[in-house]
Design a protein around this ligand. Structure first.
Ligand code: SAH
Length: 225
């Protein structure tokens, strides 16, 4: 089966799975998912499944990327913050729908790879930062939309603080050692309202600094020579 045919099959599967937003579907059609996964998994790019991206991290299933993107209700005028750049795939999809996408990743190596994909695809409205995303990005706040693509134990207060009035925050929350719930928060004049979007499975959101060795893989490699 050709890539084009696999892509059409995936889009049809997403539609059957409840993705109706044509902007979301066309962004998924236009961003080449095969460019975001390591070569051994490229033939599975248009299967509706989670794929490994290195550093023990994963690129979510297309169904989950589509569901989260649709639930985020992004428009062209918005500033959006993503926590957990990973491969950069979710960021690339969002960048096609918003004005500017800010994205934070704690692994330098994953971010370097994501950045080279953004420039190869000429996605010029993405701003990146390496660090702990659970603190948000105060200098760029407020954001109309915030999406977290790693599961937290509780809702990081800094992210709610950096949400614009009427803004939406989507994140997976760990409910037990095995279950996670996808939650959408809306910030309003009357307070913050929470709704559940179903069960999901993400890698954990890890707060705080990375150990030096992991943050500086090149230095570690050179020190042995
Ligand atoms: N959105 C990604 C998938 C991300 S997997 C994609 O489309 O490919 C979750 C990512 O969150 C991992 O890369 C992990 O390193 C990152 N992460 C975990 N905790 C983090 C934190 N506190 N700050 C920033 N990134 C974090």
């Amino acid at each position: 089966m050709t890539i084009a045919a696999r892509k059409i099959r995936l889009i049809m599967e997403l539609r059957r799975g409840g993705i109706a937003d044509t902007h979301v579907l066309s962004a998924i059609e236009r961003i080449p998912r095969e460019d975001f996964v390591p070569p051994p998994f490229q033939h599975q790019s248009y299967d509706n499944r989670t794929l490994p991206i290195g550093n023990g991290q994963t690129l979510s299933q297309p169904q989950v990327v589509a569901l989260m993107t649709q639930a985020l209700q992004v428009t062209r005028r918005m500033k959006v913050l993503e926590i957990g750049t990973g491969s950069g795939y979710q960021a690339a999809i969002l960048s096609r729908l918003c004005r500017r996408l800010y994205t934070i990743e704690r692994y330098r190596e994953l971010m370097r790879n994501a950045e080279s994909r953004f420039s190869a695809l000429r996605l010029h409205n993405i701003t990146t930062h390496i660090g702990d995303g659970s603190r948000g990005w105060p200098a760029q706040a407020p954001f109309e939309r915030i999406i977290v693509t790693a599961a937290a134990d509780s809702i990081p207060g800094a992210l709610v603080d950096q949400l614009a009035m009427d803004g939406l925050l989507i994140l997976p929350i760990s409910r037990s050692s095995r279950t996670q719930e996808l939650v959408r928060l809306k910030r309003t004049e009357d307070g913050v309202f929470e709704e559940s979007l179903g069960d999901v499975k993400f890698v954990p959101l890890i707060e705080g600094q990375l150990p030096e060795a992991a943050a500086e893989p090149q230095k570690a490699a050179q020190s042995g020579t």
